[in-house]
Design a protein around this ligand. Structure first.
Ligand code: GDP
Ligand code: MG
Length: 316
């Protein structure tokens, strides 16, 4: 294997990090290598980002996206059971191993129903609620991810708790303030992804059960106090579209065995079925979102300029 081969091997690249003074540092070189990649240059763009608490399987999940695209989304893309899950660095244990925002070095191409080619970018945001990152840093990282993405996955564990909603409100408020300074408006799609869902007898796995469950959670009951009402109204007004997906547990081998290497065989089949439903569901016309700014589609090259503007919006 030559050195240049290694350099060209697809991998996660750090594009944004926070310095000691809590300011964003943009890695121009890494970001340019993705946005100006020959496959992506000047194409409309869909940016899928995942954020939420650490050690909850975010990076792990992104690797299924990579696999989906590498197989051109063909049926059976998750069927070879002896394969290992590769891509973004994921691992067991409770120490954090990523800070900042990472992007997969290789853009993927997708055709819309209107036969338009779109570059799909995968983004991994790390830092939320983690002990060595301050709450302000968490809020700005999450907010930046919201500003950049066209489809934001909010990864949460087991349920949608009141504090998940409050955190989301805090992060989106932060992002909205930053956006105001750039005179841009609302965020696009938000997808609550509830991991280790264990009440499938009440709300079934997938988008349908998720939608029903979300309606119940975001519903405003007349008995709620003002704060609960406020949070819900705020969230509903911040996004163009909100979805929810209920995901089963991946099985004990994947979640607790220190020797688990990511072999598909070792992941609960029910989880694999729902991962397929999740990813294929996201790329259907109804859900798929191309990045827009103030109602206009933007291209990868334009996104590069917005990245700079957005990072600066936090610099005060
Ligand atoms: P991240 O910090 O959120 O990016 O988490 P990682 O993707 O690094 O995964 C942390 C650990 O959680 C790994 O050991 C994974 O095997 C495990 N894991 C992945 N998905 C799930 C899930 O849906 N549920 C549970 N309980 N564990 C998971
Ligand atoms: Mg991770």
């Amino acid at each position: 294997m030559s050195f240049s081969y290694f350099l060209n091997t697809p991998r996660p690249l750090k594009i944004v990090e926070l310095d000691k003074n809590h300011k964003f540092i943009l890695n121009d070189k890494n970001l340019k290598s993705i946005l100006f990649h020959r496959k992506a240059r000047n194409k409309p763009v869909c940016i899928i980002s995942i954020a939420g608490a650490f050690r909850k399987g975010k990076s792990f999940l992104l690797n299924f996206f990579i696999r989906f695209f590498k197989n051109g989304g063909r049926e059976g893309w998750l069927e070879n059971e002896s394969d290992l899950l590769k891509g973004f660095h994921w691992r067991g244990g409770s120490d954090r191993d990523t800070t900042g925002i990472f992007m997969w070095s290789e853009p993927f191409l997708l055709r819309t129903v209107r036969n338009e080619e779109v570059a799909v970018l995968l983004m991994d945001t790390q830092g939320s609620f983690d002990s060595s990152t301050t709450m302000k840093d968490c809020a700005s990282l999450f907010a930046l991810s919201l500003m950049i993405s066209s489809m934001q996955i909010y990864n949460i564990s087991q349920n949608i708790q009141e504090d998940d909603l409050q955190n989301l409100q805090l992060f989106s408020d932060y992002g909205r303030l930053a956006l105001e300074s750039t005179s841009m408006t609302a965020f696009q799609t938000l997808i609550f992804l509830v991991r280790d869902w264990s009440y499938s007898y009440e709300y079934e796995y997938g988008f349908k059960g998720g939608f029903e469950f979300l309606m119940k959670r975001l519903n405003i009951s007349s008995s709620y106090d003002l704060e609960l009402k406020d949070t819900r109204n705020f969230i509903k007004n911040c996004f163009k579209d909100i979805k929810c997906f209920l995901m089963p547990h991946p099985g004990l081998k994947a979640s607790t065995n220190p020797y688990f290497e990511g072999r598909l065989n070792d992941i609960d089949p029910l989880f694999r079925i729902q991962v397929v439903n999740f990813i294929e569901g996201l790329f259907q016309e109804k859900l798929f979102q191309i990045k827009e700014i103030n109602g206009e589609q933007i291209t990868t090259t334009e996104l590069f300029e917005y990245f700079k503007i957005y990072c600066e919006a936090f610099q005060d």
